[in-house]
Design a protein around this ligand. Structure first.
Ligand SMILES: Nc1ncnc2c1ncn2[C@@H]1O[C@H](COP(=O)(O)OP(=O)(O)OP(=O)(O)O)[C@@H](O)[C@H]1O
Length: 251
């Protein structure tokens, strides 16, 4: 049985007339979690934005297939309804919108109204609920707020853009456990219904979320797919360029 949930075929993406991604191919099966690595500016966030359907990220080539359906030209709302969810690296500050009201809306979309209290407690968000969204939030608080919204939206395919950057060691454990829950990492692969992509520079989050595969984005292309922990070690020891060379040699 084909367990494919997301298939990206020859994808090319441009932003403000500049080609950022070329010929990106990726096939992710239901139940799998991918770690996405790559140097600054290599196109990682661009890929997630294109999958989410942000209109600023124009697809000039290729297709995105989600759950067997071509979503290349679908609106972001339609994609969310189909089960795609994203947590942003730098979400906007929205004065006048209370986190409490936003998460109620997320829970309604995800059918998780009965989980609000549990997740708020798990992510230690009690004191932030009556604050304006992201206004004056610390870096770590922004990450926990993004994750809370995503958990409540309960997407089948979750995309997390650097959930561990700027987060203290204690809170990385909190965030890691929440992501593991979101991606059902405690279940055997064949029983999982959730899948996702996590962008990480340091790999700290992978101590708590055992990703199945690692992918390197390099100069706007997917340059390597392999064991995420091996990739991290090679990058740490030899840098991205050498890691990509070694990976291409073994293909
Ligand atoms: N509006 C824009 N106009 C021109 N170039 C842009 C625009 N937005 C993004 N870019 C460029 O696209 C490239 C890819 O950016 P992207 O944010 O996808 O990289 P990234 O791999 O996520 O980087 P980081 O690790 O630093 O977050 C960068 O060189 C960036 O400067």
């Amino acid at each position: 049985m084909d367990r494919g949930i997301l298939r990206i075929v020859n994808l090319g993406v441009e932003v403000d007339g500049r080609k950022i991604l070329q010929n990106v191919n990726l096939y992710i099966q239901r139940g799998q979690t991918y770690a996405l690595f790559g140097p600054n500016g290599s196109g990682k966030s661009t890929l997630l934005m294109a999958i989410a359907g942000n209109p600023k990220y124009k697809i000039y080539d290729g297709r995105i297939i989600f759950k067997g359906k071509d979503i290349t030209n679908m609106s972001p709302d339609e994609r969310v309804k189909m089960g795609l969810g994203i947590s942003y690296q730098n979400p906007p500050k929205i004065p006048g919108v209370k986190l409490r009201d936003l998460i109620k809306h997320c829970a309604k979309l995800g059918g998780t109204e009965d989980k609000i209290e549990e997740y708020v407690k798990m992510l230690k968000m009690e004191n932030l609920l009556d604050r304006d969204l992201n206004v004056g939030f610390s870096g770590g608080e922004v990450k926990r707020s993004e994750l809370l919204q995503l958990l409540l939206m309960n997407p089948e395919f979750a995309m997390l853009d650097e959930p561990d950057s700027g987060v203290d060691l204690e809170n990385i454990a909190v965030i890691g456990k929440a992501i593991s829950k979101l991606l059902e990492r405690d279940k055997p692969e064949e029983e999982r219904t959730k899948s996702g992509i996590i962008i990480t520079h340091t790999g700290h989050i992978l101590k708590y979320v055992d990703a199945d595969y690692g992918v390197i984005m390099y100069k706007g292309r997917i340059a390597c797919v392999g064991d995420p922990y091996d990739i991290l070690k090679t990058v740490e020891n030899y840098g991205y360029e050498e890691c990509v060379k070694r990976c291409l040699r073994t293909l």
